[in-house]
Write a protein that binds this ligand. Sequence first.
Ligand SMILES: Nc1ncnc2c1ncn2[C@@H]1O[C@H](COP(=O)(O)OP(=O)(O)OP(=O)(O)O)[C@@H](O)[C@H]1O
Ligand code: NI
Length: 306
Amino acid sequence: MPGGRHVHAVTDAAFDLAAGECLALVGESGCGKSVLASALLGLLPGNAQTAGSARLGDTELLTASERELAGAIRGRRIGLVPQSPAAHLTPVRSVRAQLEEAVRELTGTARRDLRAAAERAAARAAFPLDHLDRFPHQLSGGLAQRAATALALVGDAPLLLADEPTTGLDRDLVDRTVDELRRQAGAGHALLMITHDLAAAERIADRVAVMYAGRIVELADAPGFFGAPGPRHPYARGLLDALPGRAFVPIPGMPPELGDLPSGCAFAARCGRAAAACETVPAPHDGVACHHPVTAKKEADDARTA
Ligand SMILES: Nc1ncnc2c1ncn2[C@@H]1O[C@H](COP(=O)(O)OP(=O)(O)OP(=O)(O)O)[C@@H](O)[C@H]1O
Ligand code: NI
């Protein structure tokens, strides 16, 4: 940070992800989701520090050299659907040219087959073929998103990292886009989808990781999380309760600034269950980092006394 300030953007993030599996990483704006993605790709700014381990097969991503990351990892072993596609597309080249180049670089397709391969890649991401000759600035946000998704799928990478892949898309296209990403996971890829969109997460995720103020506060199987017994962390519960299709009750208050975190549980100030124990940071235990997680039994008791 400018002025020598230190921000702990991501702490205690622990999860694994197998081929064929989709993990959704959800949480409010600014909680550290993209920082986590950037760390995996070696794209953090030069003054950022990381600790711990992030393994992709035999490769330690956090200490891999830029040469290895650029030459063998990004695009080839990790496909990225970036959060701001417009910023990742090359402004002076048509979508077709960018797709053909990616196909040539990442798949070694012969020159005469590039055109067809690029069109197949576009179609996979529902990018309309009659827009392929457009330049990025001639695309709507939704089309730029689909162009970026098409590019991310070209390398057939074993891990797909999609950072808000549905921003700017209407519901139909959200469903089509996430279904295509899910299909990739079904075909033996692992998918880490970062999203604000809990409906999209519910639609395709096998597991959900909830992030709050730089920490993963809950990691759960999606069916139990979205259905019964529901989330165990009060924040995760609040996120679901805030949905229009559910209780539609927002979580009171605002998340803390990552540069100004309280010394205890970062959610305590907004938590209806906060108590003295919350003055210390809860360690993750059994998939949830909370001193008094909601349990199915507690829920049932509450319901009886309500
Ligand atoms: N280059 C940087 N220098 C200093 N701090 C940074 C930098 N990039 C990110 N941060 C800090 O990390 C925090 C998390 O940012 P991040 O982009 O990961 O959030 P996010 O969860 O992806 O949010 P969104 O949903 O809005 O994309 C920011 O609030 C900011 O405090
Ligand atoms: Ni982000």
